[in-house]
Ligand binder design. Structure first.
Ligand SMILES: [Ca+2]
Ligand SMILES: [Ca+2]
Ligand SMILES: [Ca+2]
Length: 853
């Protein structure tokens, strides 16, 4: 990796290159310039400038089924506009509809093609999809060896899904007939008898038929042989010709708000061999080059802070030699304050990166970065820039997530008091669609379906799906306690009245909001110990047709306790015959119990003097968990799900901080040091949190690990231009960036001579705009430009909840970083989650503290 360090120091030789694009546009259709033909590249996708076709590089995973990130994907002028290309069994498949399993994928370099064998095990049904460039387009051919199973006649077809937001306010032509893409779904629907429904995930149903034994499907908006999408828009213009069979255009949003526009051809009955063939021809803009992205903090920079913009370039772009910093004056004029050579960083994923360092500028003011024709959003340099960087998360986002409460904000009601009918004992031997699982015993004194008292208090909607997930509640409480203990946040802008189950945003009530949030989370955790004598994995709705709920959380269930003596959909006004009450998943897990004890012990300190009775109960409970867990062998209901130990280490530390009882400190060190030997990166957050409470010898023992940790942090700067950990899993990585940056801050406080503040700044800059794909701030409402369309529980309205922190940049295989700003429904990119948001409050306060140094 020495090469990167060399490149970083190398100044780019000035190059001026103007591409005259217009001459290419005059080329006749009959002459295909070699450049516009798709070729299979080394990364195993088809590529030409402005258009890529990825074939099952990204696959459906079993966990969340169809995440709209798998199958055949089109990246058209830098935007992923189509996904899900495959043989599917529904006109507009939803998340939990059946997905094909990839039996084999062949990349055939010799003839520039890829083919995949897809299988539906339930129907013993195989299809082969063959993909090969043809002219300036690409040919999709579907073949089958055996005739279609009778059950799939009229059901199986080749589908390709187009991103609605990419085609809003655009037109289409079907065999010359004109249309515009609907902004809002309003297709004609077909009512189908329930017995024709092909099973969804584990025989759950996304459709609530209210006892009618039916379901609905959209009818085609248009049918024909040749579909032209967005002929008026050179960036989105695509032609699809069906060489065999009809094309249908459908709108998946009629059955699921996260549906896409689907183009589909049915596989004919009683036929084998070639059954579907499409020629898809995109328009590509000659010599198209993606607009540079000037990655920078949308909040801005402290005067004396390192200030480096990371500029993301198309790999075909020729880097300019310089960039400049312009200052905005009161008359609205920009004047150049600084100009310097940009520095080469090099390739990362599919782009090329250069850096612009303007650290030497320290004058307070409003600035923009100018790179060629591109100008960044305005940002500030000043000592006050972080003063308001976390308040919306505590003032707005967390109150909106509060379960079992009515949440009001001025004239607006966010939601009524939700889930008052919590909760029933979950049945045994049950695999829930959100990952919860019950084994063959409840491991409680309750029988399946029995009401468990006291669970309808406290807690937050964990994420966009409203469940009470214990692990994330514990983390959230711990982050809040950290913020309270480190920074003493006394801000009071929210009224919380548990007796009335009423929350009023922008309404101070004389009590610190962070303590009220700690109390609210703790109430949900302690309710589990009261009911079960230990922590449980969580509480969630039983039915899939409830789970995809969009809107007011208080309408997710009927809020009436289930009464088996009433008929379904019947109510006596006090109880109801509709089995919609949430289920408590109750299997034992030592890790879960220890994590709960960790949070309760921490909470007991914060709640002391605010709610002493609850503080006492929390500490007593945490100690009881410790005793109970040491009486029995470790229990793990989900082996392999959690890594990094049982949670005992964290519980030991928190109990030691509370009690100063040496037995906990001894056990903490017994567990910590071997764990540090195995993985100091993962365990550093625990190690550094203990420093203020342990002796000098502890700190000395930690020092060599801190040195190694710092070296590994420096190594990250060679792995990507942002110098933070960029994960490549199915969920984007802002949580690990925030957690890493907080650890860096704590290390800086403990070892200031070794760890500078720059590692913490790097983390927050990434979250606030200096990251791949775009320069948007991932915290809604924070920074000049931030996430305005996210996966909150109001996502159906294409909007945001202020202070929410999105997961961030998802890396689609092999090299495509993505965070969609016009489409809220990709949870791996845009779903706000409680523990990330709480840790963001901690990070922003840490950065505020750095500013005081
Ligand atoms: Ca969940
Ligand atoms: Ca308050
Ligand atoms: Ca109910």
């Amino acid at each position: 990796m020495k090469k990167d360090a060399f490149l970083k120091s190398k100044v780019i030789v000035p190059v001026v290159l103007f591409v005259i694009a217009t001459s290419f546009m005059l080329l006749s259709n009959n002459v295909i310039p070699e450049d516009s033909r798709l070729k299979l590249n080394d990364r195993e996708y088809f590529e030409t400038r402005g258009f890529n076709v990825l074939v099952f590089e990204n696959r459906y995973n079993g966990m969340f089924f169809d995440e709209k990130t798998a199958g055949i994907l089109l990246i058209h002028h830098g935007v992923r506009t189509a996904t899900g290309g495959a043989v599917r069994l529904k006109p507009t498949p939803e998340q939990w509809d059946q997905i094909p399993f990839v039996v084999e994928r062949n990349v055939n370099k010799e003839n520039n093609s890829i083919d995949v064998l897809l299988r539906y095990e339930d129907f013993d049904f195989d299809t082969r999809v063959y993909v090969q460039p043809r002219g300036t387009g690409i040919l999709f051919t579907v073949t089958i060896d055996k005739p279609l199973p009778a059950k799939l006649e009229g059901r199986a077809g080749f589908n390709l899904e187009f991103l609605p937001s990419a085609y809003f306010e655009k037109t289409y032509l079907m065999d010359g007939r004109t249309g515009t893409f609907p902004l809002y779904p309003s297709s004609s629907m077909e009512v189908m008898p329930a017995n024709t429904q092909l099973g969804q995930f584990a025989d759950h149903s996304t459709f609530d038929d209210r006892g009618r034994s039916e379901y609905v499907e959209p009818k085609p908006i248009s049918e024909g042989q040749t579909l032209i999408l967005a002929p008026e828009d050179p960036e989105h213009h695509i032609q699809i010709q069906s060489l065999d069979g009809n094309l249908m255009l459908l709108d998946g949003r009629n059955v699921a708000q996260n549906g896409w526009f689907v183009v589909r051809t049915l596989i004919p009955a009683n036929k084998t061999g070639k059954v579907v063939e499409w020629l898809l021809t995109p328009n590509t803009i000659p010599n198209w080059t993606r607009t540079p992205v000037i990655g920078h903090s949308q909040v801005g920079y402290y005067p004396d802070q390192e200030k480096i913009a990371v500029i993301e370039l198309d790999k075909n772009d020729t880097p300019l030699s310089t960039a400049s910093l312009l200052k905005l004056n009161e008359r609205g004029e920009f004047t150049e304050k600084y100009n310097d050579q940009v520095k080469e960083w090099g390739p990362f994923m599919r782009y090329h990166y250069i850096k612009f360092d303007f650290s030497s500028v320290s004058d307070r003011g409003i600035y923009v970065i100018q790179y060629g024709d591109q100008r960044s959003d305005p940002f500030q340099i000043g000592t006050h820039i972080y003063d308001n960087a976390w308040q919306p998360t505590l003032d707005i986002w967390f109150p909106v997530q509060m379960d079992h409460m009515f949440v009001n904000e001025a004239y607006r009601v966010w939601h009524g008091a939700a889930h008052l009918d919590d909760a029933l004992q979950a049945p045994v031997n049950h695999q829930h669609f959100d990952g919860y699982r019950m084994g063959d015993s409840t491991e409680t004194r309750y029988t399946p379906g029995e009401r468990i008292p006291g669970l309808n208090i406290g807690g937050w909607f964990d994420a966009g799906d409203y469940d009470i997930r214990t692990g994330s509640h514990c983390n959230t409480v711990i982050h809040f306690v950290d913020s309270w203990e480190h920074f003493g946040i006394k801000r009071d802008e929210t009224l919380v009245d548990h007796k009335q189950r009423y929350v009023d945003i922008h309404h101070p009530d004389g009590k610190p909001d962070i303590l009220q949030q700690i109390e609210h989370g703790t109430l949900a955790l302690i309710a589990q110990h009261r009911a079960f004598g230990r922590a449980i994995p969580g509480i969630i709705v039983p039915k899939l047709h409830q789970y995809h709920h969009l809107g007011d959380g208080s309408t997710m269930t009927d809020n009436l306790n289930y009464n088996p003596n009433l008929k379904i959909y019947e109510s006596d006004g006090y109880s109801s015959g509709t089995p919609d009450d949430r289920w408590a998943f109750t299997n034992k897990s030592s890790r879960n119990n220890y994590t709960s004890a960790t949070a309760l012990a921490a909470a007991s300190r914060a709640l002391r003097g605010y709610n002493d009775a609850l503080a006492d109960e929390c500490l007593t409970t945490a100690k009881k968990v410790w005793t109970d867990e040491h009486k029995q062998p470790q229990q793990e209901s989900r082996p392999g799900f959690m890594f990094g130990g049982t949670g005992e280490m964290e519980a030991a530390l928190q109990l030691y901080i509370c009690t100063k009882n040496k037995q906990y400190a001894t056990r903490f060190e017994e567990l910590l040091w071997p764990a540090m030997e195995k993985g100091f990166n993962f365990n550093m957050k625990n190690a550094v949190r203990a420093v203020p409470y342990m002796d000098k010898a502890y700190k000395e023992k930690l020092l060599p690990f801190v040195k190694k940790y710092k070296a590994s942090n420096d190594e990250i700067l060679k792995q990507n231009p942002y110098g933070v950990i960029i994960t490549t899993g199915g969920w984007a990585g802002n949580e690990s960036v925030i957690s890493w940056a907080v650890t860096n801050y704590l290390l800086h406080k403990a070892f200031p001579e070794l760890m500078g503040p720059e590692y913490t700044y790097r983390g927050i800059n990434y979250i606030l705009g200096c990251h791949p794909s775009s320069d948007i701030s991932f915290v809604s409402g924070i920074g000049t430009r931030s996430k305005k369309i996210a996966y909150g529980n109001n996502r159906a309205d294409y909007t945001f909840i202020a202070g929410g922190v999105a997961p961030g940049v998802l890396v689609l295989k092999p090299d495509f970083p993505e965070n969609k700003e016009d489409w809220p429904f990709l949870w791996g990119e845009n779903e706000y989650v409680i523990d990330i948001c709480a840790e963001y409050i901690l990070l922003a306060n840490a950065v505020l503290d750095l500013g005081k140094e």
